[in-house]
Ligand binder design. Structure first.
Ligand SMILES: Nc1ncnc2c1ncn2[C@@H]1O[C@H](COP(=O)(O)OP(=O)(O)O)[C@@H](O)[C@H]1O
Ligand SMILES: [Mg+2]
Length: 462
């Protein structure tokens, strides 16, 4: 890599700063021992370099040290570590073929090589790119040492100096003593790097796998949610289709019944008025009229339920609506002893609503409240002003709602009453939704039921 063609070293004319015969004295041996220990502490090539670059200078001269590793197939070497006192031309990763280069000899024979005049060498081998770069870096001598592990070349270490004739046999001898050790460290560093790379790859693969699992989980959750949505939509569709059919049929029957019912009612009243006040049939007529009235109410409910609810909205004062229906309900003998209390309704401000439909809703709620209190009692109607809505609470002191009833309250035809139609709350819900509002029913903390109506606040200026 550094030099391309096999060539014997020119005769060295060394000027070694330290040992001259390659044998180390006691301080030299201690120093070498210290260096080897420092090398041992490093795991990566960088760490080994860090620990030894400055220290090795005590053993031989250099301005630059580089390590190249042999590829697993042994056909190339690649520069993996380099320290220099100055700027370098050969950068890490620089790679060259071994075959045909001067390094082949170094590696195959396991012999060090000394070039003590690189400029002269370059003049002989002008095609050697690496030598040209070294010379451009200012290097004039080089000592190249193979790194062998159990006789197998794993790489090469290059020492270079700015001085000509920097290296001699003594340096070569000395370095042979440490080359095996360096080779093992280099191999260790290579294996460490390989292990780290493998670990990193594993970690990345793991992360990718985790991300994919997360992605799948999110997809599955999304799918489950969509499935559930589809199921409930389908259920709602089926039930609304069924209800629409039932409603249509009920409406047509109701129309058929309505007029004859009015006729029956009128005829009975005429017959009753023709009887003496004490006549025993009067009681019977009264009962018949009550039943006809109930039938008429049922027919009305069916029609109200099946008719599309299209509110004619006006700015509506809810306090005024309550005030209007209150005497009618309190005077209804069928709602024995109902008392309607209105609390804090005046300050609510107007809502956009259809007065007739709102009356229908309140009639239904107050009738239910009266039914929930067979012995009579008070119903309190209060209000809450919210920023964008007005809430009306209808609170009774009746039996309250069991969990079962609470779950089915608004379903059409759900009733717990012998004479109920189960349409009252379904109609209320339909009307509230047509107003862009809502209705909900809960057990009141103090006992009884509280039904809350939510009206969007009026946008029509009064
Ligand atoms: N204020 C209330 N207190 C207790 N239960 C109620 C109240 N309002 C409604 N319910 C329950 O809800 C059912 C359905 O009410 P509704 O739809 O008005 O039909 P109906 O009054 O014809 O039964 C009632 O049968 C009753 O069981
Ligand atoms: Mg009812």
């Amino acid at each position: 890599m550094i030099n391309d063609s096999p060539s014997p070293a020119p005769a060295p004319s060394p000027s070694p700063p330290h040992p001259t015969d390659g044998a180390l004295d006691v301080p030299g041996l201690l120093l070498l021992n210290d260096i080897l220990e420092k090398m041992n502490q490093g795991n990566t090539l960088d760490e080994v370099f860090e620990a030894t670059y400055a220290r090795l200078r005590a053993l031989l001269p250099y301005n630059r040290v580089a390590i190249a590793l042999a590829s697993p197939g042994g056909d190339r070497v690649t520069l993996v570590a380099c320290r220099s006192d100055g700027p370098t031309q050969l950068s890490l990763g620089y790679s060259g073929r071994i075959a045909g280069s001067s390094l082949e000899d170094v590696l195959r024979r396991g012999r060090p090589r000394i070039l003590n005049d690189l400029e002269d060498y370059l003049a002989q081998k002008p095609q050697s790119e690496s030598t040209r770069l070294m010379v451009r870096e200012g290097m004039r001598s080089s000592l190249t040492l193979p790194l062998l592990v159990k006789g197998r070349p794993v790489g090469i270490i290059f020492f270079s100096s700015r001085d000509r004739n920097a290296y001699g046999a003594a340096h070569e001898l000395l370095l042979r003593q440490v080359a095996g050790h360096i080779a093992i460290l280099v191999e260790k560093a290579r294996l460490t790097a390989e292990r780290e790379r493998a670990q990193e790859e594993l970690r990345r693969a793991n992360l990718e796998l985790e991300a994919r699992i997360r992605e799948r989980t999110v997809l599955l959750e999304d799918l489950a949610r969509k499935n559930e949505h589809l199921r409930t939509t389908q259920e709602a569709l089926v039930s609304s289709a069924r209800l629409a059919a039932v409603g249509e049929m009920a409406a047509s029957i109701a129309h058929e019944i309505k007029n004859p019912l009015a006729g029956i009612s009128g005829a009975i009243q005429v017959m009753r008025d023709g009887l003496d006040p004490g006549h025993p049939h009067r009681e019977i007529m009264k009962e018949v009229l009550a039943q006809v009235h109930r039938l008429d109410q049922t027919v009305r409910d069916l029609l109200a339920f099946s008719r599309p609810s299209r509110p004619s909205k006006v700015p509506l004062d809810l306090a005024a609506v309550v005030a209007r229906i209150r005497p009618i309900l309190e005077g209804d003998p069928a709602l024995s002893g109902l008392v309607v209390e209105a609390a804090a309704l005046d300050a609510l401000g107007p809502v956009d609503a259809d007065p007739h439909l709102v009356e229908d809703v309140l009639f239904n709620l107050l009738t239910n409240a009266a039914h929930a209190m067979p012995g009579g009692g008070a119903v309190t109607i209060s209000g809450t002003a919210l920023p964008h809505a007005v809430e009306i609470h209808v609170l009774d002191r009746g039996c309250g709602l069991s969990a079962d009833v609470r779950g089915r309250l608004f379903r059409p035809f759900f009733t717990t009453k012998v004479r109920g139609t189960g349409l009252g709350l379904a109609i209320c819900q339909k009307i509230m939704e047509a107003h862009g509002g809502a209705i909900r029913a809960e057990n009141a903390p103090e006992g009884g039921t509280v039904v809350t109506l939510t009206f969007p606040r009026s946008r029509i200026e009064p």
